[in-house]
Ligand binder design. Structure first.
Ligand code: 13P
Ligand code: SF4
Length: 377
């Protein structure tokens, strides 16, 4: 296989990435970590609690919800579009599920339910709606279809991919199984249905450690995010065999950048997503999934914080926690940003683009996803 691209050769705008992995490498909790120049990470506040599922936003209209979030003139300009979207939702008996990285107009306006990947999967499993519009990326829509096959699942833009999902195929897992016979495969949900179908169990960033430990084994193959895998390895005694996938948004943060924030803003709280490299996580006061980070800010209400993750999330949370000052480095996910209000409207109006998963693949993938959903966090 071709060598993986170095992270520094990438840019967030370069969305056709999908660097191929040069093969798995083994990380244990011993000297190999030091050989790789990785210090032991400090112990963090546990971020593995079940993310709170944000309740349905039925209380107010989108326009009312957006007051104080967007300028009034912008809200007024968007009002007819929201009206169309709400009318279409009723007509289709549809629900819009939105990931925490959506822009504020979608997150606070168009979304019926919002959350991290685990919460979105649970919501998709439980919804009574006939149609699910996924305001997120393709693997999230596929996961929704896998857990609730009877529903029509739509994604407003089929090019809303993910660099992690592109880094591995089902055939790669078959090779890994030949190389490590009997070692269970734990797969991050940021993967295709084919990859999930080859896996023993899935995980998200909010339950990864619990999922790995639930297997009761000494060693697991963890893929495809090498950084989430390293973070998991630092939190458990289970040995972790990694794949070299990475997120093009989180791999761009550096420890030096975070130390710079501490120097410029004494007392600042740094909270980071576990898809970040180890030197970034070593600087963090808290590490957790997107919903874990949001819950932390709402609970702790720090004077000043930097959320080391995709930048729309700070905009979304800042609107809900006005007393906190958010320092906002802006690393955008070009895939998430494919989803727009107009796209959501078109999706509902024209019932496009339907996400389908081959039933045989879906059945095998469902086993891995359901096993994950059964793990208590
Ligand atoms: P979460 O499950 O933490 O929301 O992560 C999804 C994701 O794509 C992060 O980059
Ligand atoms: Fe994938 Fe990273 Fe974008 Fe999340 S933020 S969808 S992991 S590329």
């Amino acid at each position: 296989m071709a060598p993986a691209e170095s992270p520094s050769s990438r840019s967030a705008g370069d969305i056709a990435l999908g660097a191929r992995c040069p093969g798995p490498y083994h990380v244990t909790r011993g000297s190999e970590w030091q050989d790789m120049g990785i210090e032991w990470l400090p112990t963090y506040v546990c971020p593995h609690e079940e993310p709170e599922v944000t309740p349905a936003l039925t209380a107010a209209s989108p326009v009312e919800r957006l007051k104080g979030v967007l300028p009034d003139v912008e809200i007024a300009a968007l009002a007819p579009l929201f009206e169309e979207i709400e009318e279409l939702k009723q007509r289709r008996n549809a629900v819009v599920l939105a990931h925490n990285y959506m822009t504020p107009d979608i997150y606070h306006g168009a979304a019926d339910l919002k959350g991290d990947s685990l919460a979105l999967a649970r919501m998709a499993e439980k919804t009574d709606a006939d149609v699910i519009v996924m305001a997120g990326v393709h693997f999230m829509a596929e996961t929704a279809k896998i857990v609730n096959e009877a529903k029509t699942v739509l994604i407003p833009d089929t090019t809303a991919g993910c660099s992690l999902a592109e880094s591995i195929t089902g055939a790669d897992i078959q090779l890994l199984r030949q190389r490590y016979p009997g070692v269970p495969v734990v797969t991050y949900v940021n993967t295709s249905a084919d990859v999930k179908a080859e896996s023993d169990i899935c995980c998200t960033s909010s339950n990864a450690v619990k999922v790995v430990e639930s297997l009761g084994v000494d060693r697991v193959i963890f893929l495809p995010d090498q950084y989430l895998g390293r973070w998991v390895a630092s939190q458990t005694d289970v040995d972790v065999i990694l794949w070299q996938g990475s997120c093009i948004v989180h791999e761009r943060f550096t420890g030096a950048e975070l130390r710079g924030y501490r120097q410029s803003f004494p007392g600042i709280q740094i909270i980071a997503h576990p898809e970040c490299p180890p030197d970034v996580l070593a600087e963090a006061d808290f590490v957790g999934s997107t919903s874990g980070m949001i819950d932390w800010v709402k609970r702790v209400r720090p004077e000043r914080v930097v959320m080391v993750t995709e930048c729309s999330m700070s905009d979304n949370v800042a609107a809900e926690v006005p007393e906190t000052d958010f320092v906002r480095p802006c690393n955008l996910c070009p895939y998430m940003k494919k989803i727009t209000l107009e796209g959501i409207r078109d999706s509902l109006r024209d019932m496009k683009y339907e996400v389908l998963v081959d039933p045989a693949v879906a059945e095998r993938a469902r086993r891995a996803v359901s096993r994950m959903l059964e793990v208590k966090v």
